[in-house]
Design a protein around this ligand. Structure first.
Ligand SMILES: Cc1cc2nc3c(=O)[nH]c(=O)nc-3n(C[C@H](O)[C@H](O)[C@H](O)COP(=O)(O)OP(=O)(O)OC[C@H]3O[C@@H](n4cnc5c(N)ncnc54)[C@H](O)[C@@H]3O)c2cc1C
Length: 707
């Protein structure tokens, strides 16, 4: 499905080649150009980008559910972003801002901090940005939520053209063209304002090539504006050919002229909607390996952001979904069939924010890295690490030579670009200093990661005035009326709740709802052991994972785990599982040897809902039979794309299948889900979107002639 996308993958970013002048300003030796104007860069930013896009006048008109999207080509040290963020804060609009920026040669957080030092008025914002700024060596999308989610920053570390293509492909702007007759046009949350920035066209022509503006046009609507500091002829022509109408005005300071304007017309607007996509589309879709459209939904002219939502399931997935929707102004009814939150797999005392990390370049390892980085940022920025756990670091032990190689690689890569890297390789002899006890092997230490109490986290996430929790509420059926309203009903038809949209977060029990019954998941039983701490284990001040895992003791108890039982479904605690957990800890460190009486040892049993490809299932729910009918052609010719969008229940979404990684996967997966629900540009790579997509199994099964 996404093989070709993998060719586009780069294992690490390109480092910036720069020097610093006497004022502490960066200068690119590669492009032989300044990052900022040497006179008054902030005034220029405001003059060119903020004023000419008319932001201060446009923002007060936003409704509380609208997102204003700014897209910038060239993040540099983030001055444009900080100036925009500061203006947003002082304007206090009721909506949200999503700022997307591309950077091929990302500075690291120390360099960003140094460059922004020149503007003391931004000290607080700069500090927040730098604290959450991603490792500069990690390519791809990085999403950062600020101001309680009211401001979002998506950084793409890599080539701007590739990043823009990803946005177009993931979002389905193609929808605008292929289904023009039913396109949602201006209601879709495309880009509202473009900042065409970067080193000058003469010094870095690649960021000003015509395809950049063609892609920008595909993400634009009739109210979209743009501004750029240059008025170079080649740029003007490219902008005009892409469908933007420009005006030339005197530039800032000594610069003679600059351009700004609006998006006038989609360059493909004249295309017959019944015909196949244009050559331009075909070529970059082909190049990116995303030639299919099954993941896209047919646009709906009635599309409105939801005001109300039902979330079914009060575990990590449901709590994250409810939280994210509430922050977007949606009134949520959370239905949980148990008498309280976090009753299923999310009921442990401690869980590690953990994924299997490697640079091996397969889609799962890329998702793991993106999810790990986002989860740690998310739990920090919302203070969950202080209220529901501890970000005291996690040591990933090298449990085999192959894993050691992978983990060392990550540590070395990050150490080579960041002076204070998030990931550090720790030799075996140094592990005691890193985590408090000496471990059997070295490992990769993630300094800003940690453990969380999932029960407390579910409570904290759902503690919001827009969330109503209904317990003892078993949603056995879902129905939609002619107006599109969803109803959750009990087995005997009693109405539990109604809302504009429904998000199913019931782990493997999604199988009991008719609309999601076919989703392939199986339960894997697991048991954690509650071990009383002892003199040596009390020295543990960070979490360790290897064959098993353990976190620093809370109230004298370590919650250590976890066993894997594939074909068992008993909820009873088992002595052999306790022994399994204890043996694993002993193999990780002599200091983590425990000898409790197994017969009375406490613990917890749960079931991990696991998918065949280990990705969770997150996104819109396909209408199975219609999907199979529409894409029946794949049974005969799997490789020939069928240029049609998929049939999906309008307003029905699912977020399940988190396996052993609920704490690390739910933040990013939920963020992507909300971007889908609101039609916003995605904060994740297209390949990840397709790997999370609920319809992926139907598509694969059709192409393999299994259904
Ligand atoms: C032993 C063990 C150890 C683990 N350790 C870790 C760890 O260290 N780190 C980590 O990240 N992950 C860990 N996990 C995995 C993690 O717990 C799961 O990925 C996560 O809890 C899944 O959350 P969920 O919301 O999808 O499912 P659940 O927590 O199972 O929540 C589903 C909820 O839906 C409710 N529900 C179901 N059907 C209905 C219905 N029809 N109507 C209303 N409500 C319904 C259920 O009652 C339940 O509360 C562990 C799992 C186990 C079993």
């Amino acid at each position: 499905m996404t093989k070709k996308l993998e060719h586009e993958y780069i294992a690490h970013t390109e480092r910036p080649a720069l020097t610093w002048d006497e004022q502490g300003q960066p200068y690119s030796t590669e492009y032989d150009d300044v990052y900022y104007s040497t006179t008054d860069a902030l005034a220029e930013t405001r003059f060119v980008f903020l004023d000419k896009n008319n932001l201060a006048a446009r923002w007060p008109h936003l409704t509380h559910q609208q997102t204003f999207t700014v897209c910038e080509t060239g993040f540099g040290a983030g001055l444009n972003f900080l100036a925009t963020w500061q203006l947003w804060r002082s304007t206090r609009p009721s909506g949200r801002m999503h700022f997307i920026s591309f950077e091929k040669h990302p500075l690291n957080s120390a360099q960003i901090a140094k460059a922004l030092n020149r503007w003391p008025q931004f000290a607080a914002l700069s500090e927040q940005l730098c604290a959450l700024y991603p490792p500069s060596s990690a390519p791809g999308f990085h999403h950062i939520t600020l101001d309680e989610g009211q401001v979002q920053l998506t950084l793409y570390f890599g080539d701007a053209k590739t990043g823009l293509e990803q946005l177009v492909l993931a979002h389905g702007a193609i929808n605008k063209i292929e289904n023009r007759s039913s396109c949602i046009g201006d209601k879709q949350q495309l880009v509202d304002a473009w900042y065409f920035d970067g080193f000058t066209p003469a010094k870095n022509p690649s960021i000003w090539q015509p395809c950049i503006f063609t892609l920008a046009a595909e993400l634009s609507k009739s109210t979209t504006t743009f501004a750029t500091f240059t008025s170079a002829r080649s740029v003007r022509d490219a902008i005009e050919n892409a469908g933007f109408k420009w005006q030339k005005v005197p530039g800032f300071g000594l610069k003679r002229e600059m351009l700004f304007g609006t998006f006038e017309q989609h360059p493909f607007a004249q295309v017959d909607p019944n015909k196949a996509p244009t050559t331009a589309h075909r070529s970059y879709r082909k190049r990116n390996g995303v030639q299919h459209s099954w993941h896209l939904q047919t646009a709906n002219s009635e599309h409105q952001p939801p005001k109300t939502a039902i979330v079914i399931g009060g575990g990590l997935a449901g709590a994250h979904a409810a939280h994210a929707l509430a922050l977007r102004g949606v009134n949520v009814t959370l239905l949980e069939r148990a008498p309280n939150l976090a009753n299923g797999a999310s009921s442990n005392l401690q869980g590690l924010v953990y994924t299997r990390l490697s640079l091996s370049g397969n889609p799962l390892s890329r998702f793991n890295m993106a999810a790990q980085l986002y989860a740690d940022r998310f739990y920090h920025s919302h203070n969950f690490y202080t209220t529901c756990g501890e970000a005291s670091g996690v040591l990933h032990l090298a449990t085999s030579n192959a894993i050691e190689k992978q983990l060392r690689n990550i540590g070395e890569q990050h150490a080579s670009t960041d002076p204070n890297p998030i990931f550090n390789w720790v030799e075996q002899q140094d592990t005691e200093q890193a985590v408090g006890v000496s471990t059997s092997t070295g490992g990769l230490f993630i300094r800003n990661s940690g453990w969380l109490n999932p029960v407390q986290l579910c409570h904290a996430l759902t503690n919001h005035p827009r969330i109503t929790k209904l317990f003892n509420s078993d949603a056995a059926q879902l129905q939609q009326d002619a107006h599109g309203q969803w109803f959750a009903l009990t087995n005997d038809g009693h109405k539990l709740a109604s809302a504009d949209i429904t998000v199913i977060c019931t782990a493997r029990d999604a199988k009991h709802l008719a609309q999601t019954a076919y989703l392939p998941m199986r339960n894997i039983r697991g048991q954690v052991s509650h071990l009383s701490s002892h003199g040596l284990s009390q020295r543990l001040h960070a979490s360790v994972c290897g064959a098993g895992y353990i976190a620093p003791a809370q109230s004298g108890i370590h919650c250590a785990g976890a066993s894997f039982n594939l074909h068992e479904n008993t909820l009873d605690l088992r002595e052999e599982d306790h022994q399994f957990n204890i043996d694993n800890l002993a193999s990780m460190s002599k200091s983590l040897t425990f000898n409790p009486p197994l017969t009375t040892l406490d613990g917890k049993v749960g079931f991990r809902a696991t998918t065949p490809d280990y990705f969770p299932i997150v996104g819109p729910v396909p209408i199975r039979d219609e999907f199979c009918e529409r894409f029946a052609g794949y049974r005969k010719r799997a490789a020939t794309p069928i240029p049609q969008t998929g049939p999906y229940y309008r307003g029905l979404y699912v977020s399940v299948g988190y396996g052993s990684r609920g704490l690390a996967y739910t933040p990013l997966a939920t963020e992507s889900l909300c971007h889908s629900i609101f039609g916003e540009l995605q904060p994740i790579a297209t390949e990840t979107l397709l790997h999370l997509h609920p319809a992926r199994f139907l598509f694969r099964d059709l192409t393999r002639n299994r259904i």
